[in-house]
Design a protein around this ligand. Structure first.
Ligand code: C5J
Length: 222
């Protein structure tokens, strides 16, 4: 086990059985003209997470450890898009509408792609998910179990929506979860802070948090 200094106490990371999870680092959330921007958000706020995620990807790849990317997106016929999700609120564009990067949050469109700086490498898992959580409608639990993965290290966007939902779903399924605080970001700094506090409170009720430098130091020292 590799010991990582974390909040609220040390996290024990088993080499090779801990997957790096990169949630929804898609152009639709991070670039102008996409889904995130259509909701009125300042997408530039998410850019600070890119470099720490890239550093973690390099560390996982150098060790041959499992990496999992998710993309929030829907089938082109929108058959997996509940009306409650499509019709919620008053966005400038709705899911499935054409925008500058193609149809918003639709699989196969340019906006649904992961940003080039974090592009998946050959052999890494890419999971398309219709919901906020990565287990809903994806069969992911069975895949992780078959691969012997017991620990998940979370990064990506946005902290309090898809990252937190996925981490809570994972916690309920028995995974030991760590979130990397500078490798996740939100359009709302106060929501990020609240999500991290909720996750780690009450003796790591959902999981642990650590910074990327601390995590990388622990990996390099092992
Ligand atoms: C949102 C996500 N915020 N990936 N999706 O709608 O967090």
């Amino acid at each position: 086990m590799i010991t990582v200094e974390a909040d609220p106490f040390d996290y024990a990371l088993p080499p090779g059985r801990a997957a790096l999870v990169v949630i929804d680092m898609q152009r639709d959330f991070v670039e102008p003209g996409g889904f995130g921007a259509s909701l009125g958000n300042d997408v530039t706020r998410l850019h600070t997470a890119i470099a720490p995620i890239a550093a973690l990807l390099a560390a996982w790849r150098a060790r041959g450890w499992p990496v999992l990317h998710t993309r929030e997106c829907h089938r082109p016929d929108l058959s997996d898009l509940p009306l409650s999700k499509r019709d919620r609120g008053h966005p400038a564009l709705r899911i499935g509408d054409p925008g500058p990067m193609g149809r918003l949050l639709v699989a196969g469109e340019p906006g649904a792609d992961i940003v080039p700086a974090l592009a998946p490498a050959a052999g890494e898992w890419v999971i398309d998910k219709p919901g906020k959580g990565m287990f809903w409608g994806t069969g992911l639990h069975e895949k992780l179990q078959a691969a012997g993965i017991t620990h998940l290290v979370f990064t990506g966007v946005t902290t309090e929506v898809c990252v937190q939902t996925s981490m809570r779903e994972a916690n309920d399924r028995g995974y030991e979860c760590l979130i990397v605080e500078d490798a996740t970001e939100s359009y709302f700094p106060e929501f990020k802070a609240a999500a991290l506090a909720m996750i780690t409170a009450q003796g790591a009720i959902v999981g642990w948090k650590a910074g990327s430098a601390t995590l990388l130091r622990a990996l390099n020292a092992a």
